[in-house]
Design a protein around this ligand. Structure first.
Ligand SMILES: [Zn+2]
Ligand SMILES: [Zn+2]
Length: 938
């Protein structure tokens, strides 16, 4: 069997279908992994890396004294399978294979995955031939030729990938641990540091500091408005920017009609057709049409996997001679682009455009197959169209603009205006993404005199450099050699998810800035691109077999040790520094009580606002638990309290705007304060003025202090305190009722629980007890349906009865048995004779009797007579000996209070009939037979 291993399942399926040609492809699933077989060939897809590199065991504890962060630099690394199912299947198939072809993606990462696969195969088969198939697009032509001329795995390229993997692990893990521990950050709040990530973040921080340090300078712009044959136009002074206001004003004052045309020059401008897409060029273009870098790459990969475009990770901007340009055009002929292709064919440039970078691995990104808008969906189509149009543009002639520059004189002041029109649209015919606009000028002739309608003097300011957009940052990273075509967009994504940067254009957060600035101070090396560029150079040397993998890794270990010398010497300082700066984003503003700062606190899932002056100042405001959203500060500030607004953010739902936390605190407590009978609006105002906002604060106050704060006498203060305590217990009961209703009445559109609760409280139903004895009609009037109201009342009664029975001392385990048999309340237990309860519940007669005693005692009733186990067993035998009495009759007799021959004979047949449901005649028959047992038996 010929085993082919691809990087992803979807590639496996497509490659199988291409190679099988017209043969039937059998799809099978083993342990959730698909295989595709035909004519003695089986294709299986990996899920990217199926093994992972990690430190050998013993390094998981961050706080280990023995293995401090620095020890990770020299820790040994091991490879472990991350996807056991696939690893097992690949090895199982390899055991049966006569030859193996590795068909992973064609780049460093793909070669490394190929090498990992090679190791897996070799582990079970020492001798099987292993070849490598390389292709840049999953199209029939590419795939057939790649498999027609199999090559060898490039071990040097894989070694370069491996070196990068190890170095990134060592750098990332040791530095992340060190910085996080120093700043006392753990769990979700760790501060990650990375070999490529940190210098990238440093660039963003740098730019932000440039913007902050920027001193805008004023300048003045002078222009005139005029017209020619009813067409308005304006011209600007040839001094583009006046730096002196006086000079600008003087020039303005000298500007007088007429505006005389002194010169009119016409020119031609060549507008070159764009070069083929490499990854960066593609990301930049996709950014212009609204795709983030990560999103653009995700979609591009998907288009590649489905054979619509060529491999999207490439540094190449020159089409290789082997690329069949005509074939590609022909393939697209039948798509929406048919007309564009006709145009390109008719106007085609002799050779396609070319960029500066040529690499041997992949061609530039180009279309690989025809697609329709319908099969791709809007998003994928937009990027596919971009790739197609770019390809067409690279085969199209340059565009040509006609430019005109006109010079004027007005009272001795020189003015100018320029215009341009597209003389030949060229490539712009098929590539409409650039925003170059035409600007047509009237046909001026020299010496012409025109009116001056208006002279405009505008004051402007110089602008700071712009923040980086994602695509601009990727370009700069590429220029500096930071990261690779495959990783750059992922690095930016990580910076965003780590909350180091936000927005687009990108802005550093306080945390991001704190981390970079303290690293800059103590271990500059980590934030500079130089080091990472050096490592990238070493990678290249490994690929070219000029250095070994281990040599390069060791060298980077030395560099890292040097960084740690500095870091460890200043660990405390770094920690204090970062903590000091990042606490800033938790500070909300002045504490209303003591004037120092209020800050947000997060402790596991609970969060609250407290005073930094704690415990001297105990002022605090509670917040909902984090399941409702993680509390963060926003940029808005309450004009009344000077506090930053608070927002709760939860994944996947809209943020909950709390607004000013103090305003929120006051309004949400005002209603409950009003529940106290002696509370008046004036009193609430007075208490709020003295920073008492909530009922629990009133309840917790000493009467004397409260009297003074509220300006009342001590007696009133005492009453207020009592009332506050009552309100608190009412609130507890109400909250219990709220929970109860919430768990029994499902929410529905237009019927929120808040609405129901409000209606219930308004009708005086504050507790589950109230609910149990409430009129069903009353409950229904709160918006609950008839059936639901009945069920809710039942449940409330059940809960209440359960509480009563427990309070009487009946253990939960017995209650469970009573409930299962349908005895739900104390009354139910007394309504039935003990033997019947025993029979139905399986609880022993003695225990049932004890329970009945407990219930009777609680209800002030006399206890029933006791029936022992022995009596019960003997009586049962007596009853069963009566002809016609079986198990089901016994149950009925028990419920009628009869448990032996004697109680049967003594009973009143009519009462028994009523309680048991047996006909009077039968009972009388039984009675007759029980009194003369011998006769009956005979
Ligand atoms: Zn305070
Ligand atoms: Zn406020």
């Amino acid at each position: 069997m010929h085993l082919i291993i691809t990087e992803k399942n979807i590639a496996a399926e497509r490659i199988a279908r291409i190679l099988a040609d017209r043969s039937y492809v059998e799809t099978r699933k083993e342990g959730g992994v698909s295989t595709y077989s035909f004519d003695g060939t089986t294709v299986v897809g990996l899920r990217g890396h199926v093994v992972e590199i990690d430190f050998e065991p013993g390094y998981t504890n961050w706080r280990s004294e023995q293995h401090r962060p620095r020890s990770l630099i020299d820790a040994r690394t091991i490879k472990t399978p991350t996807d056991k199912k696939i690893v097992n299947l690949v090895q199982k198939l390899a055991r049966r294979a006569e030859r193996v072809t590795i068909a992973t993606d064609f780049d460093t990462e793909g070669e490394l995955i190929g090498k990992e696969t090679y190791d897996l195969v070799r582990a079970v088969r020492k001798d099987v031939p292993v070849t490598r198939a390389r292709f840049s697009a999953i199209t029939p032509q590419e795939i057939r030729s790649a498999f027609g001329e199999p090559a060898e795995l490039d071990f040097a390229l894989a070694a370069a990938g491996e070196a990068r993997q190890v170095i990134d692990l060592i750098w990332g893990a040791s530095l992340t641990r060190f910085i996080s521990l120093a700043a006392r950050r753990g769990g979700r709040n760790i501060l990650s540091v990375g070999r490529v990530q940190s210098p990238t973040l440093a660039m963003i921080v740098d730019r932000e500091r440039e913007i902050e340090a920027f001193q805008p300078e004023p300048y003045w712009v002078l222009s005139v408005d005029s017209e020619r044959d009813d067409v308005d136009f304006s011209a600007r002074h040839t001094t583009t920017r006046f730096s002196e206001r006086e000079a600008a004003m003087a020039a303005r004052d000298r500007t007088v009609a007429p505006l005389v045309v002194t010169e009119s020059r016409e020119g031609q401008k060549l507008d070159r057709a764009p070069t083929p897409f490499d990854t960066t060029g593609f990301i930049v273009a996709a950014g212009r049409v609204g795709f983030s870098a990560a999103n653009a790459m995700r979609i591009a990969e998907d288009l590649y996997m489905h054979g619509f475009i060529s491999y999207p990770r490439t540094d190449n901007t020159i089409y290789p001679a082997s690329l069949d340009l005509d074939g590609t055009l022909k393939a697209l002929e039948k798509t929406e682009f048919g007309k564009d292709i006709q145009w390109v064919r008719a106007n085609r440039r002799p050779v396609p455009t070319r960029g500066k970078k040529s690499s041997t691995d992949h061609p530039p990104i180009h279309p690989a197959g025809a697609a329709t808008r319908a099969e791709l969906g809007e998003e994928r189509w937009r990027l596919y169209e971009l790739v197609v149009r770019r390809f067409l543009a690279t085969l199209s002639p340059d565009a040509r603009w006609t430019t005109r520059k006109v010079l004027f004189d007005a009272g001795g002041e020189p003015y100018t205006t320029t215009g341009s029109t597209l003389a030949e649209a060229g490539w712009r015919t098929v590539y409409p993404y650039s925003d170059a606009a035409e600007h047509e000028l009237p046909p001026f002739s020299v010496g012409e005199r025109l009116p001056v309608k208006n002279v405009r003097l505008e004051e402007k300011e110089t602008q700071p450099p712009p923040r980086f957009t994602q695509s601009r940052l990727i370009q700069v990273m590429e220029e500096l050699g930071l990261g690779t075509k495959s990783t750059r967009h992922e690095v930016i994504g990580k910076l965003v998810s780590r909350k180091y940067v936000e927005g687009n254009p990108l802005r550093p957060t306080l945390v991001g800035r704190a981390v970079i600035e303290s690293l800059e101070e103590h271990a500059d090396l980590i934030t500079k691109p130089d080091m990472t560029t050096a490592i990238d150079r070493h990678m290249q040397e490994i690929k070219e077999k000029r250095r070994s993998r281990d040599e390069v890794i060791d060298e980077s270990r030395v560099m890292l040790h040097r960084a740690f010398d500095d870091l460890e010497a200043h660990g405390d300082e770094i920690g204090r520094d970062i903590m000091g700066r990042t606490v800033e984003e938790q500070i909300l503003g002045p504490c209303p009580v003591c004037g120092s700062d209020l800050r947000l606190h997060h402790i596991r899932s609970s969060q609250f606002i407290g005073c930094v002056n704690y415990p001297e100042c105990r002022f605090n405001i509670g917040l909902p638990v984090t399941t409702w959203g993680f509390a963060v500060r926003t940029d808005d500030v309450c004009p009344e309290h000077g506090l930053a607004h608070v927002r709760l953010i939860a994944k996947g739902s809209r943020p909950w705007e709390i607004g000013c936390p103090l305003c929120h605190h006051i309004t949400s407590n005002r209603e409950t304060m009003a529940l106290m009978p002696s509370m008046t609006p004036a009193l609430i105002e007075r208490l709020n003025g003295r920073h008492i906002y909530a009922v629990n604060e009133v309840a917790a106050s000493e009467p004397e202090t409260l009297a003074e704060t509220a300006g009342v006498d001590t007696k009133t203060a005492r009453r207020l305190k009592d009332e506050a305590e009552q309100v608190l217990s009412l609130l507890r009961l109400r909250s219990e009722l709220r929970k109860f209703v919430r768990s029994h009445v499902p929410p529905r559109r237009g019927r929120s629980h808040a609405k129901i609760m409000k209606a219930l409280f308004a009708k005086g139903i504050d507790t589950v007890e109230h609910l149990a004895s409430a009129d069903p009609e009353l409950v229904r009037s709160t918006g609950i349906g008839e059936k639901e109201a009945a069920a809710l009342l039942d449940a409330a009664r059940g809960l209440l009865n359960d509480r009563r029975l427990r309070a009487m001392g009946i253990p939960a385990i017995s209650l469970k048995k009573y409930y299962a048999a349908g005895f739900m309340s104390p009354e139910d237990l007394l309504r039935h004779p003990a033997p019947f309860l025993t029979l139905k519940t399986g609880i022993s007669p003695d225990t049932v009797h004890r329970h009945m005693e407990l219930v009777c005692e609680a209800l002030g009733r006399p206890a029933p007579r006791r029936t022992t186990r022995v009596q019960l067993e003997r009586g049962r035998a007596e009853l069963l000996s009566i002809p016609g009495v079986g198990e089901s009759t016994i149950e009925k007799l028990y419920s009628g209070g009869i448990f032996d021959a004697r109680s049967l004979i003594e009973a009143d047949p009519h009462t028994v009939a009523e309680n048991s449901g047996l006909p009077v005649r039968r009972i009388m028959d039984f009675q007759a037979q029980a009194s003369t047992p011998d006769e009956a038996a005979g």
